[in-house]
Design a protein around this ligand. Structure first.
Ligand code: CTP
Length: 395
């Protein structure tokens, strides 16, 4: 059965992204009917939305042909999901207060279907106490309000308030509709994921580490599990909740991670996202090193095992081995060399010279034997969803 959404396009500069969202929904097999608010019509035209959705676009309460049949009630209920994108501060406020003074707000009050709102507004408006209150109230009422993206805004300011990318909104729509139809695409497959940093002890209280937050790896484990895979997640020391349906093995050091990975085989695929420490203190002190007379102690390092390279060389090599390459310069060049050196099938390369580590978004390049694909800046969850889909294609 065709899945259907009612898309309410509010009045903000991000309304143009609603056009792309319609296209993506249609591609995913979701039928779209649009309602354009008065404000929205200053940014996109009914004609654009009608052409993309291949459906009549509604703009006012009074153009519904047969109000005798309560056309607006019907319109609000015939979809499986009502999506508001962009949801302006004004629309969110009206939704929270239950105001129904135009077609969009009347439909939102009359619907008996789940509602998903993708906010877009100036950063101050998003952070304003009134908006915080409205969003909290809407969430309390069961409305899914997405977090806006952070970045430079059309108004010249910087911060949270940008409309999430259409791809991310589509993921949320799919989730609200009960998941994409290809839910079980990885059923029966075992996939191994490593994530997070490793901690290499210097003495009982000190260690060598890096800035990895583990978020990208956890998101990948979650996305693979969502496609039905059995996922073993070998996690370095991070405090992130375990995604639903994922088997998690916590480790501290690179050597523990290497052992856990070997023990988890066989696997159909491995995604090595962990930022494994390359070096460890050659001999960790058994007791806390004290500040002495002789000045600072010197630290002798020895190299950790390369887990990815060992896995790729092992007789139990998974069919698909994917590595990550965190680089601060010449990203694709280094990643291409790393793919060959470590005998990985794919390398997902990213530039970590900015705020990627610990941040919410990632700009990655997928390096395969066929070449390099450049993905746009995406939320880590969306990078994960795309990669999981590609893994499902490959297996
Ligand atoms: N990796 C690993 N074991 C290590 C080091 C890295 O499994 N001891 C894996 C990472 O999980 C990642 C990939 O190898 O998938 C690339 O890691 P990176 O640290 O970028 O590569 P390095 O081997 O450190 O190479 P370089 O020093 O040239 O950056």
């Amino acid at each position: 059965m065709t899945r259907r959404i009612l898309l309410i396009v509010g009045g903000g500069i991000a309304a143009y992204k609603a056009c792309e969202l319609i296209r993506l929904c249609r591609k995913a097999g979701i039928a779209v009917k649009c309602v354009l608010t008065g404000g929205g019509s200053h940014f996109v035209t009914p004609m654009t939305l009608a052409a993309l959705s291949e459906n009549q676009v509604h703009t006012t309460l009074w153009d519904l042909k047969d109000e005798a049949e309560m056309g607006h009630i019907q319109l609000s209920r015939e979809a499986d999901l009502v999506v508001v994108a962009p949801a302006t501060a004004d629309l969110l406020a009206k939704m929270a207060a239950g105001i129904a003074d135009d077609l969009a707000t009347t439909l939102l009050l009359a619907t008996d279907k789940p509602v998903l709102a993708a906010p877009a507004m100036n950063v101050r408006m998003w952070q304003h106490a009134a908006t915080r209150r409205n969003v909290a109230r809407l969430r309390g009422d069961g409305v899914t309000v997405l977090e806006p993206d952070e970045g430079p805004m059309a108004c010249g300011e910087y911060g949270p308030g940008r409309l999430p990318e259409p791809e991310a909104i589509l993921v949320a729509i799919e989730r609200a509709l009960g998941g994409p139809p290809d839910r079980g695409r990885l059923a029966g497959k075992h996939i191994l994921v490593t994530a997070g940093p490793t901690h290499e002890p210097i003495d009982p209280v000190r260690y060598i580490a890096n800035r990895s937050s583990g978020r990208q790896g956890f998101a990948i484990a979650e996305a693979l599990a969502a496609l039905g895979a059995r996922v073993t997640l070998v996690a370095g020391p991070v405090s992130i909740p375990t995604p639903a349906g994922v088997i998690r093995i916590d480790v501290e050091t690179a050597r523990e991670m290497a052992e856990a990975v070997a023990a988890a085989l066989p696997a159909d695929a491995a995604v090595m996202v962990a930022a494994v420490a390359d070096w460890r203190a050659e001999a960790a002190a058994g007791q806390k090193i004290k500040k002495g007379e002789g000045g600072p102690p010197s630290l002798t390092l020895s190299e950790n095992p390369d887990i990815l390279a060992a896995l790729a060389a092992s007789p139990k090599r998974p069919r698909l081995v994917i590595g990550f390459a965190a680089e601060t310069e010449r990203v694709v060049e280094h990643a291409t060399a790393k793919r060959q050196r470590k005998n990985a099938d794919w390398i997902v390369a990213n530039d970590v010279s900015g705020d990627v580590m610990g941040g919410e978004a990632n700009t990655v390049h997928l390096v395969t034997a066929e070449g390099v694909e450049h993905w746009e800046r995406l939320p880590k969850s969306e990078v994960a969803a795309r990669l999981a889909a590609r893994i499902a294609d490959a297996l």
